[in-house]
Every structure is written in C-alpha cells, then in structure tokens.
Ligand binder design. Structure first.
Ligand code: AFD
Ligand code: MN
Ligand code: MN
Length: 430
C-alpha cells in the first residue's frame, strides 16, 4: 500500500472537472498530428515512459548570496523532503527519482530511508557529494580547493567523502555519483592552472577506482562561482578531458546554467554524445549566469533544442544513449513543489516536442542545404502545443490534469506549516 500525501479522491474530483476539456483538446491535437503522420497515442506512451529526477535540495526554499526567505511548512530534513517529492510525483507523474546530496541528507539508516522512499513510490537517483562547503568538525578546510587542493590531506578528505557517498548510494539503490567541485581561484597567479587540473584528475581517479562495476561517475562543469577568476572544471572541454582520462565509467554532466550567456549548449550536447561522454543533465534556466531559475521559464526554445539533440542522439546512439536527467534549481520566491511540477512539465514538454520533429525530413533538408525547410521542420515541432499529451499522460498514470489547482486545493503546504518546525533565516544558495 503506497503512501499518498495528496488525497486520491481530491485528484479524481479535480480530474473529473477537467476531463471533458482535455478530451476535446486531445482529440483535436490527435487529428492535427495524424495529418503529419504521427499517432498521438504513441507519443503519449513515450511521454509516460519519460522521467526526470528531482533534487532533494530543491524541495526547500533556496536563496541568493544576500538572503533566503523561508516558506512556512518547507521541509527541514530528508524525510520531509521525500514527502514533498512524493507530492510532486503524485500530481505530475514524471519524477519518481530523488537525487540526494551529502552530507545534507545524512541519516543513521539508509536501508530504512530507501524503504521510506519506496513507500511513496520513489527511488533514489544520482548521489551528489559536497566538497564545496566545510562541515562542522571537519579536519581540513575546502577554502582553497578540494579534489584539486595543493594539500594532500585536503585532497584525501575530499576523496574519502566521495567514496562515502558511493557507499551510501549503494545502500540507497543508486548507481550514479555526481561530482561538482567549487575548486578554482579568485586571483591571477593564485594557483597553477595546469597543475591544479592534474591534481584534480589524480584525486578523482581514486574516487573512480572505488566505483562498483555497474556505477557511473559524472563530472559537472561550471564556468564560475564560487571561484570568480578560474574554475578547475570550468567547461565541457575540461570535463571531457578529465572524463576521458578517468575511464569508461566517467561521463560529463551538463548543467544548463553553468555556461556563459548565449553559449550554444545544444552543440555541446551533440559533441559529448559523439565522444560517448554524455552522462546527464541538471535542468534549470538562467538569464545572466548560474541563476538556477525554473526550467523553461526564460529560454524554453533552448531547452527544446537540447532535446532535439537528444532525440537525434537516441536515433543514432553511436556509443550508446542513456543520459541521466535531473532538475537542479533554486526556488527563491515560489513554493518549490509548484516550481518543480512546472519545471518537470516544461522539460517533459520539450522531450515530447522533440519526438514530433520529422527527422527524415529534417535530415533530407540538411543534406540538400535547404535552410528554410530545415528550420521550419524544427520549428513546426517546437510550435506544437503538447499540453494535452502531457495532461493525458498524467491522467492515465493517476496524476492531476491541472496539477496547480489540485495542489492548492489540497492545502498541503498550509497543513505542513502547522506540523513542521520553522527553518531559520540566513543566506545561501541551495
Ligand atoms: C550547484 C551545482 C551542483 C551542486 C548544487 C548544490 O549546480 O549541482 O550540487 O548546485 O546546490 O550550483
Ligand atoms: Mn548542478
Ligand atoms: Mn549550479
């Protein structure tokens, strides 16, 4: 018997009110797609099989370097975060995976935590290590680096923490480790740019050596922040070099916000796929830097273009195709449950639109250098409103057609505000 934080009767009542309109819209879209030779049911089935993991840290209110504004009823520990993730999955039906972060989500008994997640119909996705922040009682500081530190003891501490994360992940049923380090410099001359990369690769190799056979490790690059002059794994080139040196079980993770504005991220996706090193994604959106805004809220077209490359990669797997999809964003002013439902829908929508691209026509137009036809072929898919497909996929899997009004009608957050202890004020991104 699964635990359902939102009343299934409430979902059913809400769906009953929205059913006729959805059936009407779905039938109209079905006829439109049929004219293009596409069977809507096949697309809906594809939508139903698609998943994106949510980050445990995304369940709480995030903040900026200046402030955090807590939300009454926001989760204060991994158990409450799981409950909120269960709400997201119950209503949206695309997010059964939760990506935990350590030591933020440390508990005594990981076997019990895994069962707790399963009781909600959830499982654990990639485990994330944290060597970008010092913890109380920690022997060495990461102030001047972790895996790339000039200090042997600091590197060793960072390696051991990553290995601990693998051990926890095994108990949670995960098979992926994501490594993002804040290592870098704020001053020219502060560190040797070549040797810091050498040290990173050498230390990361010790983590790699601890990976079980069926595990993968993903390196997450980021151009800047917390270091503002240089970062050790600053870009996909550095990430790819390190992943290639480390071995087959190491791949690159693309966080959409970790690039300079206007960088052609979809091309990076195509390049990493070509190299057999496309490990996965952290979805979010940005306008200026690593803003961690909600996926698809600023530049939905870019998100679509990324998914177009993914659909292309899936059709032509080369070395294989199995990227890990995750959300990684910071919700500063919204209810994180609403933001993640909205984001998961935006991401799934781009996945579905990419399925609608007439790939044979696109390739033929590309081959013929028919620029306008190639562009319009892609654009036809982007401009298709796939909302009815997403809503039908939710409905058929027990979710809510209109997740926002259903969630608000449930008064979930108001109830949690009565039950949960208040979180403190303070600043900090996460
Ligand atoms: C960071 C990085 C990385 C990290 C997370 C923690 O994107 O994924 O684990 O956010 O908040 O900006
Ligand atoms: Mn990230
Ligand atoms: Mn980030």
């Amino acid at each position: 018997m699964q635990t359902t934080p939102i009343s299934t009767d409430l979902i059913a009542e809400s769906n009953a009110r929205n059913m006729a309109a959805l059936e009407d819209d779905y039938a109209a879209l079905g006829r439109k797609l049929e004219r293009r030779g596409i069977a809507i049911e096949a697309v809906t089935d594809k939508a139903k099989g698609w998943e994106v993991a949510v980050p445990s840290w995304g369940a709480g209110r995030g903040g900026t370097r200046f402030a955090k504004f807590p939300l009454a009823g926001e989760p204060t520990n991994i158990h409450e975060k799981l409950e909120d993730c269960a709400v997201i999955q119950q209503l949206g039906r695309t997010t059964p995976g939760v990506s935990p972060h350590f030591p933020w989500d440390c508990v005594e008994d990981y076997g019990a935590l895994r069962e707790e997640a399963a009781s909600y119909g959830l499982h654990f996705d990639a485990v994330n290590s944290n060597t970008f922040q010092d913890q109380p009682g920690q022997a060495q500081t990461y102030a001047t680096g972790s895996l790339s530190s000039t200090l042997e003891a600091t590197r060793q501490q960072a390696v051991e923490h990553n290995i601990d994360c693998i051990e926890i992940g095994k108990q949670l049923g995960s098979s992926l480790l994501t490594v993002w380090v804040g290592d870098g410099t704020n001053f020219p001359g502060q560190q040797d740019l070549g040797r810091s990369f050498d040290r990173y690769v050498e230390a990361a190799a010790q983590v790699y050596a601890a990976l079980p056979d069926d595990w993968q490790m993903m390196l997450e690059h980021k151009m800047f922040e917390p270091a503002f002059y240089s970062s050790v794994i600053s870009d996909w080139g550095s990430s790819l070099m390190a992943a290639q040196e480390l071995g087959d079980k190491c791949k690159c993770l693309v966080d959409l916000g970790h690039h300079a504005p206007n960088v052609n991220i979809e091309q990076i996706v195509a390049r990493l796929h070509r190299a057999g090193k496309l490990g996965g994604f952290h979805f979010n959106d940005s306008k200026y830097g690593d803003d961690d805004l909600d996926s698809g809220s600023i530049n939905p077209h870019q998100l679509f273009l990324v998914f177009n490359e993914l659909a292309e990669a899936e059709a032509d797997p080369r070395h294989g195709f199995d990227p890990a999809y995750m959300i990684d964003q910071s919700h500063n002013v919204t209810d994180p449950i609403e933001s993640m439902l909205s984001s998961a829908e935006a991401i799934a929508g781009c996945h579905v639109r990419a399925q609608l691209v007439d790939r044979d026509a696109l390739r033929a137009a590309q081959q013929d250098n028919d620029v306008m036809l190639a562009f319009r072929t892609l654009r036809a898919a982007y401009e298709t409103d796939v909302g009815p497909i997403l809503a039908m996929a939710r409905l058929e899997q027990g979710g809510a057609i209109d997740w926002l009004s259903t969630y608000r009608a449930s008064k979930y957050r108001e109830r949690k505000a009565q039950e949960r202890k208040a979180v403190g004020l303070g600043a900090g991104i996460v």
